[in-house]
Design a protein around this ligand. Structure first.
Ligand code: SAH
Ligand code: SF4
Ligand code: F3S
Length: 474
């Protein structure tokens, strides 16, 4: 048994990051273990987790498992979890309650836990105390070991816990079974070294490690050959890409430019921490047509005092300066953000600063959250004397403002022609297709199904807070 350890997870040493190219193997006895069996993976959390699930799917298919459409249909279930806020945590434990019943009905069902919650000491302790009926737990650092972990479980028939808390290496040459045929996630870095005081990610994902540019560019070139139209470069803090290289000077602006030059039709990247956003990056985004005019720039708070307590290392003023620079140099750029309300000690005045920043920025849209204390982070020890009711009221007021601006910016698009990558048939209306503009706006399009997978010109006919309606132009 290998349990997670936060003290180890917090460590950042000068130890060199290794790129491991032959680490993934399926043991001979596991090659056919999934014959006539089906798997189901439930993914919580961010795009990184979604992409990790695509890797887990491919690993399971390498063992001959096939994909189930739902829990009820599966012989093996993995919950790929998120630890960012308490509600993500609760959702997972709620689901485990349901799965316990399913397992009572279906004795051979295997249930495993993966992702960021597996990296939390308290979660694994709880599983060992109250969820002994589960079959396996592995973390974010050893996804490539899934065949061996399953093998151990088959041998012992006991709960197999195998979670690493090292800073992490880079494991290349992992298989991947992508959910979409048109758009693909590409990791450019793992981990995070920013240690914002409220955030669990540096503990669950380890040290910042940038993939070699050649590996990223080759992956994108292969995707183009396979017909992919859109690539999203993934990292918790993509602007810090390359800062961990010891033997070369190669940063995010270089990577963005080199990936843009591959000719991929659309290039996106998430997430950008304002701290590392350079002028050179802005210039590269402005220069290349295939780099989408869309930047997710989480601000978290409009109060410089709170930003300091959060460890974000920018102020309200410097954020606005960067924001305005982007707006000026990249016309028509859509900018979205993340905001936390009710951080420990956030006063009414601090919250007013956040509202003021939102009024100045008029974001295209935003994800807003009530602060959730995460065990082991510095903020969890800070005095938090604001009532939940007050926090909810702040969230409500903030959302009302955010929604007004979202609708206002969307309405400006009525009558305009925008490019949409059509992804499929709309769930709500079988006669409509859906896709995203290059500025990341969800668009419902009246067009023939033959356009699925294509980038088409769409005339916008109506605008809502969260989406646009349109019809194919010409
Ligand atoms: N790496 C990204 C954020 C990843 S987490 C960045 O630095 O911008 C996504 C969002 O979750 C964060 O931007 C933040 O708004 C929110 N979040 C993170 N920890 C949180 C916590 N403890 N409580 C509430 N929201 C949190
Ligand atoms: Fe968390 Fe901050 Fe890292 Fe983002 S940059 S993942 S908020 S520690
Ligand atoms: Fe959640 Fe882990 Fe992503 S905590 S947001 S799944 S990095």
């Amino acid at each position: 048994m290998l349990k997670p350890n936060f003290k180890e997870a917090r460590k950042r040493t000068k130890e060199e990051i290794k790129v491991l190219r032959d680490e993934y193997k399926v043991p001979l006895e596991m090659k056919n273990i999934g014959k006539n069996k089906k798997y189901f993976i439930k993914t919580y959390g961010c795009q990184m987790n979604e992409h990790d699930s695509e890797v887990m799917s491919a690993i399971l298919e390498d063992m001959n498992f096939s994909k189930a459409l739902d829990y009820d249909d599966a012989d093996l279930i993995i919950l790929n979890t998120c630890a960012i806020r308490e509600n993500a945590h609760n959702k997972t434990f709620g689901m485990l309650g349901r799965l316990k019943h399913l397992k009572q009905e279906k004795k051979d069902l295997l249930v495993g836990l993966a992702g960021c919650m597996s990296q939390e000491e308290s979660v694994v302790d709880e599983i060992l105390a109250k969820y002994k009926w589960m079959d396996f737990v592995f973390g974010t650092h050893n996804i490539h070991k899934l065949p061996e972990i399953l093998n151990e479980h088959y041998k012992s028939n006991k709960l197999e816990v195998n979670v690493w808390s090292n800073e992490g290496n880079i494991v290349e040459n992992l298989p991947v079974k992508r959910d979409s045929k048109y758009k693909a996630w590409v990791n450019i870095m793992y981990g995070c070294d920013k240690f914002c005081t409220y955030c669990i990610v540096p503990y669950t994902r380890g040290k910042q490690r940038s993939r070699m540019p050649e590996d990223i560019i080759n992956e994108v070139k292969d995707l183009i050959k396979e017909g992919y139209k859109e690539v999203t470069l993934l990292g918790q803090n993509v602007n810090a890409y390359g800062k961990d290289f010891t033997n070369r000077d190669y940063k995010m602006e270089n990577l963005l430019e080199d990936v843009a030059k591959t000719g991929i039709e659309r290039l996106r990247f998430v997430t950008s921490h304002p701290w590392d956003f350079t002028d050179k990056m802005i210039d590269v985004i402005a220069k290349y047509d295939n780099i989408c005019n869309y930047i997710h720039l989480p601000v978290q708070s409009g109060s410089s005092r709170i930003l300091k307590l959060m460890g974000r290392r920018y102020t309200k003023g410097s954020y606005l300066e960067l924001y305005n620079k982007i707006r000026e140099k990249i016309p028509n750029c859509s900018i979205t953000t993340d905001i936390i309300v009710g951080f420990p000690g956030e006063s009414k005045e601090d919250f007013e600063e956040t509202l003021d920043l939102v009024k100045k920025c008029k974001f295209d849209s935003a994800f807003t959250f009530i602060y959730s204390p995460r065990k082991g982070t510095p903020a969890a020890k800070m005095k938090d004397d604001i009532s939940l009711k007050e926090k909810e009221e702040r969230l409500y007021a903030l959302n009302a403002l955010i929604n007004d601006y979202a609708l206002e910016t969307n309405k400006k698009l009525i009558g305009k022609i925008v490019k949409v990558l059509v992804e499929g048939v709309s769930e709500k209306d079988q006669n409509m297709l859906f896709g995203y503009t290059d500025t990341m706006k969800l668009t419902n399009v009246k067009a023939d199904k033959k356009y699925i997978g294509k980038i088409i010109d769409v005339k916008i006919t109506d605008a809502k807070t969260w989406s646009l309606d349109g019809e194919i132009d010409g």
